[in-house]
Design a protein around this ligand. Structure first.
Ligand SMILES: [Zn+2]
Length: 242
């Protein structure tokens, strides 16, 4: 393929704008906005909070998602603040599916490079089929698909050989207080015990974590069937807003 001339690149840039600052760029998000995002460079480990990033505030050290974690490790792309507070709702509620690719690519670029061991399978946190039909897609699955392509790790097919399924319809967590949230999320998932038992290390992928109630319930169900398993969680954002 011929190398584009500077003029072609310039013309191309005129027709594309950064989705955040509207400056001309051939990228979805320009390099300046990307450098503003404040991506984290360490995992948040349940059993070793000393490894927590220095830039995290006290809010995170006693964050529900970390204190009550039922998983083995948590990796997040960034704290849930701008630009993720723009990109994730646009992906989730306004049909901007291509933002899933962008988030997953950032995750590979900024987070995966610091990881030492990798899961054998990627499991997107499943949506209930009613919400899937309303929305037309599962945003966690879109993110997981790009991660799977880049990392060459297979993805759990939620509609066919699903390792985990959401068996109960739940109210959106954002409409509930903290106590209602944890009750809302009890025994929501079912696990294919024979299939999950063959894995030693899995990863659950989701867009944003607030209290961790959803992921914790899923982890409890998985551990009930496969106590030996290591569960990593890859979330694009961690929110401090309750
Ligand atoms: Zn920009």
């Amino acid at each position: 393929m011929p190398t584009p001339s500077p003029l072609t690149t310039e013309l191309k840039a005129m027709w594309h704008q950064c989705v955040l600052c509207q400056e001309p760029t051939i990228l979805t998000v320009c390099e300046l906005c990307e450098s503003d995002a404040g991506f984290m460079h360490h995992s948040l480990l349940q059993h070793n909070l000393c490894a927590v990033n220095d830039t995290l505030t006290e809010d995170f050290l006693d964050h529900d998602a970390i204190v009550n974690a039922k998983f083995d490790e948590l990796w997040i792309l960034a704290v849930y603040q701008y630009p993720l507070t723009y990109l994730i709702p646009a992906l989730k509620f306004h049909g901007q599916r291509h933002f899933a690719t962008l988030l997953a690519q950032w995750f590979v670029l900024y987070r995966v490079r610091y990881m030492k061991d990798f899961p054998q399978i990627i499991i997107p946190v499943p949506l209930h089929w009613r919400r899937f039909i309303q929305r037309g897609y599962n945003q966690a699955e879109l993110i997981a698909q790009t991660l799977s392509q880049h990392l060459h790790i297979p993805i759990d097919e939620t509609d066919r050989t699903a390792l985990v399924k959401r068996r109960r319809y739940t109210k959106p967590q954002s409409e509930l207080n903290q106590e209602q949230r944890s009750q809302n999320m009890q025994h929501v998932f079912s696990v294919n015990s024979a299939a999950i038992a063959q894995y030693q290390h899995i990863v659950l992928v989701d867009d944003v974590m607030t209290t961790g109630a959803t992921i914790n319930d899923l982890c409890r169900e998985i551990y009930a069937h496969a106590p030996h398993i290591k569960i990593s969680v890859w979330c694009m954002a961690l929110s401090t807003v309750d």
